[in-house]
Write a protein that binds this ligand. Structure first.
Ligand SMILES: Nc1ncnc2c1ncn2[C@@H]1O[C@H](COP(=O)(O)OP(=O)(O)OP(=O)(O)O)[C@@H](O)[C@H]1O
Length: 437
């Protein structure tokens, strides 16, 4: 699979569009990404020798660690998986099977490759689906002239509500029935969807053209896709380009203050031992075949408040040679996060209100007051980084959000006083602020 190539400088500037500050971490991931491209250009023998230099990100919660990794993966069109190291202690020493990380990564890769391939065959599938619609309308034997007439009407959208009888692989959505793999909010799980389609035999259905078209296009696209080839490509994509983000790695460290690995720390060290082969390079068997982990990029991350990176198993430390520290977010960072990123929180709220016909604006003073308040609560209650902005903003805009449908056409400008008078007092209510803000 062709993956986009960017120079480290380009990667950093792309990340800058979405993430404020954290220059060191951006540089580190940019170099790691470029190294992959360099590796792909080496001779086969040399290529096998070059292992990715995995990264350890150290920084407080909510300061952008996951966001950097996720954006990087998106930019590089790399399969991405985030897991929490602590997940693997829940069932005790043996814990959850760490190999599931690789299996899940391959699943993510399949979804990704399938979506790309589906896009490639889209135009063709649409054309075949249209032919089938015309045939369902006028019958196979109709003259070319009749067919063309109906084709034109179809394209003009004149027949959308007309019912036709077609043979579809999936049951019709009678009374709000759901398609397999389509979850609430239209998130599509292609794996599930394929299972759904493959397990069913075609059925005659009476459907409106608008609905039938969706079914037929999907069915035809699936016919055009070569599942075997997709699987192979997805496995290779995961092996060579996959990124696994392991959060809370510090929580599986034996704390130095507790005098090394004794007692309850056995299971934590066990998790590190389990993770080690994956990061060192092993072969995991999946239902799609064996997957080599040697060239998967691992980014481990943690706050390391209580433990130190040197409390990790030495072998693991060796496999995470790139160390980057992320900075706690200052008041100024929070202010920039509100306004600067491409889809910043303020921009999101403005866009959401626009759908209700409301033109929402924030006075400069209001943005400053929001940043002040978030920084203040982070300092006094608990530092949850940029996540604090979401709760504070939600509280500030709750009223407008609720009454928006009645206020269509209005221009609403949020002044600083609303932050200081409405939301800030909540932060003063001691323990309550833990739950509200
Ligand atoms: N520097 C930043 N610039 C822009 N947005 C940020 C920044 N830091 C955090 N955010 C936003 O805050 C939220 C939480 O950030 P993120 O998931 O990266 O936290 P994290 O550092 O990985 O913390 P944890 O270890 O607790 O998962 C995300 O929505 C992210 O977009």
């Amino acid at each position: 699979m062709e993956i986009p190539t960017f120079s480290p400088r380009e990667i950093v500037s792309e990340l800058d569009r979405f993430i404020v500050g954290q220059a060191d971490a951006k540089r580190a991931v940019a170099i790691a990404m470029r190294n992959r491209w360099r590796r792909s250009r080496l001779s086969a023998g040399m290529r096998e020798e070059v292992v990715p230099k995995n990264i350890l990100m150290i920084g407080p919660t909510g300061c952008g660690k996951t966001e950097i990794a996720r954006r990087l993966a998106k930019l590089a069109q790399a399969p991405f998986l985030k897991i929490e190291a602590t997940k693997f202690t829940e069932v005790g020493y043996v814990g959850r099977d760490v190999d599931s990380i690789i299996r899940d990564l391959v699943e993510a890769s399949i979804v990704m490759v399938r979506e790309l391939k589906r896009h490639e065959v889209k135009a063709k599938a649409e054309q075949i689906a249209e032919d089938r619609l015309v045939e369902a309308l006028v019958g196979q034997g109709a003259s070319a002239e009749t067919k063309n007439k109906f084709r034109t009407m179809l394209r003009d959208g004149q027949l959308e509500d007309k019912e036709i009888e077609i043979s579809v692989v999936e049951a019709a959505p009678s009374g709000g029935g759901e398609m397999p793999g389509v979850m609430p909010g239209n998130v599509i799980n292609f794996g599930e969807m394929m299972k759904g389609f493959m397990n069913r035999s075609p059925q005659q259905r009476r459907l409106k053209i608008s609905v039938a078209r969706t079914y037929l296009e999907r069915e035809e696209a699936d016919k055009l896709l070569d599942n075997e080839a997709i699987t192979q490509e997805a496995v290779s994509h995961a092996q060579n380009n996959g990124i696994v983000f392991i959060d809370e790695i510090d929580k599986v460290c034996a704390r130095s203050s507790e005098g090394g690995s004794r007692g309850g720390d056995v299971s934590r060290e066990g998790v590190q031992r389990d993770l080690l082969p994956l990061i060192e390079g092993t072969t995991v068997s999946t239902k799609y075949g064996p997957v080599k982990t040697d060239h998967i990029l691992f980014i481990a991350s943690g706050a390391f408040h209580l433990a130190n990176p040197s409390d990790l198993l030495p072998e693991l430390q060796g496999r995470l040679p790139i160390r980057v520290e992320l900075q706690p977010l200052s008041r100024e960072d929070l202010r920039r996060i509100l306004t600067e990123p491409e889809h910043s929180l303020l921009k999101q709220y403005i866009a959401l209100m626009q759908t209700e016909g409301i033109s929402l604006t924030f006075e400069d003073g209001a943005v400053d007051a929001l940043a002040d308040l978030a920084a203040d609560i982070n300092e006094r209650v608990e530092n949850i980084g940029a996540r604090r902005l979401a709760t504070v903003l939600e509280k500030l805009l709750e009223e407008i959000s609720f009454s928006a449908p009645d206020r269509s056409g209005e221009k609403i400008s949020v002044p600083a006083s609303q932050v200081t008078e409405k939301v800030a007092p909540l932060a003063k209510k001691g323990d309550l602020s833990r739950f509200i803000l």
